[in-house]
Design a protein around this ligand. Sequence first.
Ligand code: DMJ
Length: 450
Amino acid sequence: MTKLISILFLLLTGTGMSAGAQEFTAEQKAAECAKIKEAMQHAWTGYKTYAAGYDVLKPVSKQGVNWYGTSFCMTPVDAFDSFVLMGMKDEAKEAKEMVFSKVSFDVNESVQLFEVSIRLLGGLLSSYDLDGDKRFLSLAEDLGRRLLPAFRSKTGMPWRYVNLKTGAVRDSLSNPAEIGTYILEFGRLTQLTGDSAFYKTAKKAMMAVYNRRSPLDLVGTTIDVNTGKWQNTESQIGARIDSYYEYLYKGWIMFGDPDLLNAWRTSSNAIRTQLMVNTKNGIFLTRVGMFLGKETKPYYGALDAFYAGIVALSGDVFTASKIQQANFYMWTKFGMEPEVFNFRTDSIVYPAYPLRPENIESCFYLYRVTKDPKYLAMGQRMIGDILLKCRTDAGFAELKNITTMELEDYMESFFLAETLKYAYLLFAPETALSLRSFVFNTEAHPLKIN
Ligand code: DMJ
């Protein structure tokens, strides 16, 4: 009997399963999917009407804006695979036509390696993996080759900017995320083109960060890619570090490289012992000095929320569920999640909400792993808030301030690539996208596992 009770306890708590959450019916799930598809359509109509051919829509002033002198059609590239997964055939066709008629990387532009890689390279590769049109792969390969010169530094860690035509590089002060978030896209390129240079280059860069970890096995926030010296030694899991950790584990799933698993295990143990703070509201991850592990600032925020998802994916469902408890607390405490918040004083540090996906992304992974309907309820609440509070008549706008609800005139392409996609997949049947066959890059572009 005692054994039975412990097994039941383990099933309910050890897997993060809650006792009381109500199951969603198939009709309720379908209704959520329909709501999210309608939002996707609204965002796309706004983009097409006011910003067609530009990178991004400004949904308040109703105009388009480019990141650089030339447009790379950031929004259609980022949105295409979401349209495919949501079965939005007409929109997928429109996005595809826009991409092939407008995008060329043969331009004299200095671009930010990280953003171009996760949004454009990742988007083109997943478009190829889902749709099979070889033109996606040609564009991806062309872009990948133009990005390679960025990695020609003394350490193998990439410069932040590279010129797509000349290969000229600039900005040596970088960070783990902008150095170590390439193995999925570059590795997939190696698989698809047979050129091993892509995988080797990306791996060398991320291992160069790992090899510069402190004796506590932590990395800092800023490093010089030429000297290899840390410039900002604060360790945390959010902005400027997040996806470096994400790619250590996902790189292992995608390529089975034991070096990546080993680096993930070492790093995630250090994060557990040095950064995790157990509170009555769940587990938050704090910020500490990378050498002494002393807390610098008790800050947590929207970006940090991704960590529950990767921890769930790696198999530690109990810890992941406690982090997600904290994530949802952060959301409900303020009615919307702030970009940064002090979890010791329960107060907002930076009040923006730029349409970020991470909290819902973690719900998606936790639901896939546990099937606990409480994650559906969390996701429903969060996407409901977003669709209600950020909608404008031309699309969806970021919030400058979640307490005043003042809007920012910008609709990030990751809203279509990530936020709406993870929300949709949370409620859609698993067959819509199997985690056995695909790994999401950090911009939620699914890449096929070979
Ligand atoms: C996205 O561009 C990516 O998810 C990146 O890794 C972190 N930030 C944004 C979304 O918030």
